[in-house]
Every structure is written in structure tokens, then in C-alpha cells.
Design a protein around this ligand. Structure first.
Ligand code: MRU
Length: 344
């Protein structure tokens, strides 16, 4: 099993996703600032994995804080972690969860607060794997047998604590006996598809074919894709989905060709405070990711660049949203709220 992130006595250990697939190396974050840097620089990435990292960042930060000013230092730690990346709501969900636990136990001795927060962060990780497996069980029946599934970016074990959201659904379908091939969009500019999705599918012996992003329409039209399954970074109350840049184009092409477009995401990715996707903050990253490929310049000096890391797919392109509590379909305002309110 791929270990994306773990709590150890030495610190928070993460597989370095900036170095895959060339090198399988691990980074140990020894304080909350190093955790924040790891999220910012995408050593760890993917909405649920960012959430787990943030929870562990809060835990390690409080564990090393001055017991005389825990309230003040927790606020500083939370602010620094919250400022790392704006789009994946799991980051803020995890920081809020850790703050809620802290406020319930702040009257206890420091040693106990420390242990309880570490236990909570470890629980966020374990629960994430269980949630992904539940999502897989709900989604497996939607994936047609004997067909190819197209995915975009990496919504796999590497983007979570393990098993994955979109790739979890694919894994579960295969575990249920279905014969499935995966086409992975390379996912420019950061190449999560080429570098991470193909690596982790190969690791698990799942047949994966790499295509460039601009080939997706060709294969969708050619009748070779049974369905599309992607993850999400934030889903608004009306079912609009923010996910890796390029997802929107795939969704439109899927609808045009009558191919189901599924989004697999945990309830912690829902942001029911936002009525629609137009309010989701979209991260804009540095231009060098576009002008350069692995340090090699591919555009002239002085090129103007835009680099939004995510786009929003309007709900009308989304066939269903697969969560750990069940599958939501349109009208999403109702179905998502009902799922969110369901007890575990
Ligand atoms: O910029 P990234 O690599 O963090 O973006 C990741 C994605 O867009 C994933 O599709 C999303 O977080 C879902 S991961 C289960």
C-alpha cells in the first residue's frame, strides 16, 4: 500500500510528490511551518491529503507550542496553514475540526491536550482511508464492466491518506471483478496524471494508458470511454465542482458524447456555505509551471502567462457525485444536503 502521509515520533512523514515517479523519497516535517511549506510547494497535494496534512500540522504545532499561550499560538498555526492553498476546502475543514477539538479540551493539562490533538490528527488520516473505501463501494456499480475509464489529475492514494477517491472507485470496481482499463490525462502543467496517476496505477498492477489533455475529446468521441471519474477540491451546494484545471473541458466533452461524468469526493469536500461554484476561490500559481517543463524553458523569455490551478464544472455536466454516504444526483441542492445531514 502507498503511504502518502504518516505521523511518526520524528515528525510528519510524506512521500515527496514533486519527485515522483523518478524517485520515491520521503520528507519529514519536524514542525508546523515545514508542514505548511510541504502543502504550499505540493510535496503533498490532493484535497483530502492536504486536509490530513493540515490536521497533523495543527497537532505538531500545538505539541511544540508554549503551554502558557496555547490559544494565541493555535491561532497563528491555523492562520499559517490556512494560507497555504485556497481552493481545496478540506484544508479549512481539517483546521476547523482540530480547533473544535481544542476548544473542547483546552481546560485539560497540556500533556493531555497534546495527546488528544495528535490522536485526532491520526484519526483524520485513518477515517480518510475508510471514507475512500466506502466511496469505492458506492461508486463501483456505476463503472461499466469491460470499458475504459478516463480520469483527470490524480485523485488516488497519493491525493488522500490512501486508496483514493476517483481511483478508489476504479479500484473498488476492479476488486468487484470488473475488467477495467484507465486512461489518464497527463494534466498539464503540473503533470499529476503522467507522474502520479500512472505511477500509482502501475504500482497496483492496474492497466493505465497515458494521454495528453488535448486527446481526451478524441477518445470520448471515438466511443472508447465508458465513463469519466474525477475527484474534487470543493463542491458548492448546487453541485458545481471545482477540480484540477482541465476538468471542465473533459466534462463538456463527456456530455456532448453522452458519456457519464462522475465526481468522487468525501463529504468534507462539500462547501454548502457557497450557493454556486462562482464563489469558489481559484488558486493561480506561478508562471514558471507553464513556461517550463522540468526546469527546461519551452516558451520565449517574457511570455505572459496565466496559470489557474483549478476550474469549475457547472452541475449540469455532472452525472452524479459519489460520496462515502451514497450517490447524489440532480437536483444537487437537495441530494447533497440530504447526504451531508445523514449520520455516519
Ligand atoms: O493541485 P492539486 O494536485 O492539489 O490538485 C488535485 C486535484 O485537483 C484533485 O483532483 C482533487 O484534489 C481531488 S483528490 C482526491
Amino acid at each position: 500500500m502507498i503511504e502518502t502521509i504518516q505521523w511518526t515520533d520524528q515528525g510528519v512523514v510524506m512521500i515527496d510528490q514533486t519527485r515522483l515517479p523518478a524517485e520515491e523519497t520521503y520528507v519529514t516535517c519536524r514542525n508546523y511551518r515545514e508542514v505548511a511549506d510541504a502543502i504550499r510547494t505540493m510535496i503533498i497535494r490532493g484535497a483530502p491529503a492536504i486536509g490530513v496534512a493540515a490536521a497533523m500540522g495543527v497537532a505538531i504545532g500545538v505539541a511544540q507550542a508554549d503551554p502558557a499561550d496555547l490559544d494565541g499560538q493555535l491561532a497563528v498555526i491555523s492562520k499559517e496553514l490556512a494560507g497555504t492553498r485556497p481552493t481545496a476546502v478540506n484544508l479549512f475543514w481539517a483546521i476547523d475540526r482540530m480547533n473544535r477539538v481544542y476548544s473542547e479540551i483546552k481546560h485539560l493539562p497540556f500533556e493531555e491536550i497534546r495527546e488528544r490533538l495528535i490522536a485526532e490528527a491520526k484519526l483524520v488520516r485513518v477515517e480518510d482511508i475508510q471514507i475512500n473505501m466506502a466511496m469505492g463501494r458506492h461508486g463501483a456499480s456505476l463503472v461499466p464492466d469491460g470499458k475504459t475509464v478516463l480520469t483527470h489529475c490524480n485523485a488516488g492514494a497519493l491525493a488522500t491518506a490512501g486508496y483514493g477517491t476517483a481511483l478508489g472507485v476504479i479500484r473498488a470496481a476492479i476488486e468487484s471483478g470488473k475488467n477495467i482499463d484507465v486512461y489518464a490525462d497527463e494534466t498539464r502543467p503540473f503533470l499529476q496524471g503522467a507522474r502520479l496517476t500512472v505511477w500509482e496505477l502501475q504500482h497496483d498492477g492496474i492497466r493505465a494508458t497515458l494521454i495528453t489533455d488535448n486527446m481526451a475529446g478524441h477518445f470520448l468521441r471515438a466511443g472508447q470511454i465508458g465513463c469519466v471519474v474525477v475527484g474534487a477540491d470543493r463542491i458548492a451546494a448546487n453541485g458545481d465542482v471545482a477540480n484540477k484545471i482541465g476538468t471542465y473541458s473533459v466534462a463538456v466533452l463527456a456530455k456532448e458524447n453522452n458519456i457519464p461524468f462522475y465526481v468522487a469526493a468525501p463529504i468534507s469536500t462539500l462547501d454548502l456555505t457557497l450557493s454556486s461554484g462562482e464563489f469558489i476561490p481559484i488558486e493561480e500559481r506561478g508562471g514558471a509551471e507553464v513556461t517550463h517543463v522540468f526546469g527546461v524553458r519551452v516558451a520565449p523569455e517574457g511570455t505572459e502567462v496565466r496559470n489557474p490551478a483549478f476550474d469549475v464544472t457547472p452541475n449540469r455536466y455532472v452525472t452524479a457525485i459519489i460520496t462515502e454516504k451514497g450517490v447524489a444526483r440532480a437536483p444537487f441542492n437537495e441530494s447533497l444536503r440530504q447526504l451531508a445531514e445523514l449520520k455516519k
